[in-house]
Design a protein around this ligand. Structure first.
Ligand code: NAD
Length: 459
C-alpha cells in the first residue's frame, strides 16, 4: 500500500476532528487536548458545555449527546486482480428533528466510527446555525482511493448504497461529497439508489455535476459565504472594506473564492499561503499592492499548491509558511486546515488585526482562541463562516426535488440572504448576552435543535 501523503492526512485526517471539537468550547489545556483522541467524546463534552449554558433538561441532553441512528456495513468488492476485498463503511444520523439528516460521505484509510459520529453531530449544529431545515448526518468508508481503480471505487459506492438504500433518501438522509469523494462518486451512488427504487430521485444526493442535477454557485459557495460574514462584521465595526487588507492561509477552493469576493467589495489581499508538495512545507506569498487572483490561479496546481519559482517571477515575495499569520492586516482568513493558530503562534498576530474569519474547520485551538477573545478580535467561527457550502447543498436539494434549476445569481443571492441573517442572529445574541461569537453560534444552533425535539414531543 502506498504511503499516504502526510498533508492529506493533516488536512483531512484524525487530527482534524479533534482540533475541531476542541475549538474554544473546552477549557482544557493544550496537554489535555493533545492527550485526548476520541473525537466523539470531545463532541459530547462540547455539547455538554452548551447544554449547561442553555440549561437543557436531562431528557434533551441525553437525546442530543448521542446519535439517533447508526449503520455499520461490510462491502465486498471484486478487485481488479480478481481477489475479493471487504470494505467497512458507516452512516450516522445524529438528529433529524429539524429535517432530513444532511452530511458528506468520506473515503479515508483511517476512518473511524467515532470520527463519523462526531462529524454527524457537528453537521446538526452547522445546519441549525444557518437555519436550514436539515439535520445532521455523516458517512465514511475505510479505504484509500489513491490505491483503488475507478471501477473499484464505483463498486464501493454502489455497495454502500445497496446496504443503506432503505434507510436514506431525499426525505430521510441526504449525502454529499466530502474528503476524497467527488461529484462522480455522488453520481454512481445516485444511479444505484435510483435503480433500487425504480425512479429518478435526484434530491437524494448533493454535490452532483452541474447538468446532472448539481447547483450553479456550489463551487463559489463556501468562499463567498465567508466574505458575506466578513462584510457584515466590517459593517458592525464601521470599517469600510476598501480600507482593509487581508491575509489568507491556503489557496484552495475556499480561499480562492473568498479572495474573489473580497476583491469585489474592494478589499485587498496582500498575502496567501499554500502547501508545497515537493518541499513538504508551506510558503507564504506576499505582495504589497495586493495579490492578483488570476495570476496566482494560473500558477497553482489542482491541489491548491502555488508554484514558488513562478510566483517569484511574477514579483511575489516568498516567505516562510507561517508568515501569513504575522502580516500587518485587518483581516485574517485561515482557509487551509485545522490546528493552525495555536498557543505557539497566536502572539504573532499583528495588533492591526480586527477580524478572523474561519474558512477552514477548526483552524484555532482553544487556548489560542482564549487569547484572541481576550484581545477583542472579532471572531467569525467556522461553524458560521464556512456554512455557505452546506447551505448551497440545501439549495441543490431543493432544486433537484423540484427538477427546476435556478440561475447562478439567484443561488448566490439566496446564499447571501441566509448567511447574512445567520450572522446577524449570532452577533445580536453575542451582544445581548455578552457572549463570545463562537459561544453565541453554538447556543443558537443547539437551542434550535433542542426546541425542535421538544416541539415534536420527543422529550
Ligand atoms: P482545498 O484542498 O481546495 O485547499 C486547501 C489549501 O490549503 C491548498 O491551497 C493547500 O495548498 C493549502 N494548505 C494545505 N496545507 C497547508 C499548510 N500547512 N499551510 C498552508 N497552506 C496549506 O480545500 P478547501 O476545500 O479549500 O478546504 C479548506 C478548509 O475549508 C478545510 O478545513 C475544509 O474542511 C474547510 N471547508 C471546506 C468547504 C468546501 O466547501 N470546500 C466547506 C466547509 C469547510
Amino acid at each position: 500500500m502506498a504511503a499516504i501523503n502526510p498533508v492529506y492526512l493533516d488536512n483531512y485526517g484524525i487530527i482534524n476532528y479533534h482540533t475541531h471539537v476542541f475549538n474554544h468550547f473546552l477549557e482544557e489545556s493544550e496537554t489535555m487536548a493533545e492527550k485526548s483522541f476520541n473525537p466523539f467524546e470531545m463532541a459530547q463534552a462540547q455539547f455538554d458545555r452548551v447544554a449547561e449554558i442553555l440549561d437543557l433538561d436531562q431528557g434533551t441532553k441525553e437525546l442530543l449527546r448521542y446519535n439517533l441512528r447508526e449503520y455499520h456495513v461490510s462491502i465486498p468488492v471484486r478487485m481488479d486482480d480478481g481477489t475479493v476485498k471487504v470494505f467497512r463503511g458507516f452512516r450516522v444520523q445524529h438528529n433529524d428533528a429539524r429535517g432530513p439528516a444532511k452530511g458528506g460521505i468520506r473515503f479515508h484509510p483511517m476512518e473511524t466510527i467515532d470520527t463519523v459520529r462526531a462529524l454527524a453531530m457537528w453537521m446538526t449544529w452547522k445546519c441549525s446555525v444557518v437555519d436550514i431545515p436539515l439535520g445532521g448526518g455523516k458517512g465514511g468508508i475505510i479505504c484509500d482511493p489513491h490505491n483503488l481503480s475507478m471501477r473499484e471505487q464505483e463498486a464501493i459506492c454502489r455497495g454502500w448504497i445497496r446496504h443503506l438504500a432503505k434507510d436514506m433518501g431525499p426525505l430521510k438522509d441526504v449525502p454529499a461529497p466530502d474528503v476524497m469523494t467527488s461529484a462522480q462518486h455522488m453520481l454512481w451512488m445516485l444511479d444505484e439508489f435510483e435503480a433500487i427504487h425504480g425512479q429518478r430521485l435526484p434530491g437524494f444526493i448533493t454535490g452532483k455535476p452541474v447538468g446532472m442535477g448539481g447547483s450553479l454557485g456550489r463551487t463559489e459557495a463556501t468562499g463567498y459565504g465567508v466574505i458575506f460574514t466578513v462584510r457584515e462584521a466590517l459593517k458592525q465595526l464601521e470599517i469600510p472594506a476598501s480600507e482593509t487588507r487581508a491575509s489568507v492561509q491556503g489557496f484552495g477552493n475556499v480561499a480562492q473564492y473568498a479572495i474573489e469576493l473580497y476583491n469585489q467589495i474592494w478589499g485587498k489581499v496582500v498575502c496567501v499561503s499554500s502547501w508545497d508538495q515537493k518541499d513538504q512545507t508551506s510558503y507564504s506569498f506576499y505582495k504589497e499592492d495586493g495579490v492578483d487572483l488570476a495570476t496566482l490561479r494560473s500558477i497553482t496546481d489542482r491541489f491548491g499548491g502555488i508554484d514558488k519559482v513562478r510566483a517569484k517571477e511574477h514579483g511575489y515575495e516568498v516567505l516562510p509558511g507561517e508568515a501569513w499569520l504575522e502580516q500587518d492586516v485587518e483581516i485574517l482568513i485561515p482557509s487551509a486546515l485545522e490546528h493552525q493558530i495555536t498557543w505557539k503562534n497566536v502572539d504573532k498576530i499583528s495588533k492591526s488585526v480586527k477580524i478572523i474569519a474561519e474558512g477552514a474547520n477548526g483552524p484555532t485551538t482553544p487556548d489560542a482562541d482564549k487569547v484572541i477573545h481576550k484581545r477583542g478580535i472579532f471572531m467569525i467561527p467556522d461553524l458560521l463562516a464556512n456554512a455557505g457550502g452546506v447551505t448551497c447543498s440545501y439549495f441543490e436539494q431543493v432544486q433537484s426535488n423540484m427538477n427546476y434549476f435556478w440561475e447562478k445569481d439567484e443561488v448566490l443571492g439566496k446564499l447571501d440572504t441566509k448567511m447574512t441573517s445567520a450572522f446577524n442572529a449570532v452577533s445580536d445574541l453575542a451582544k445581548k448576552k455578552k457572549l463570545y461569537m463562537r459561544d453565541a453560534a453554538y447556543v443558537i444552533a443547539v437551542g434550535r435543535v433542542a426546541q425542535a425535539c421538544k416541539d415534536r414531543g420527543w422529550v
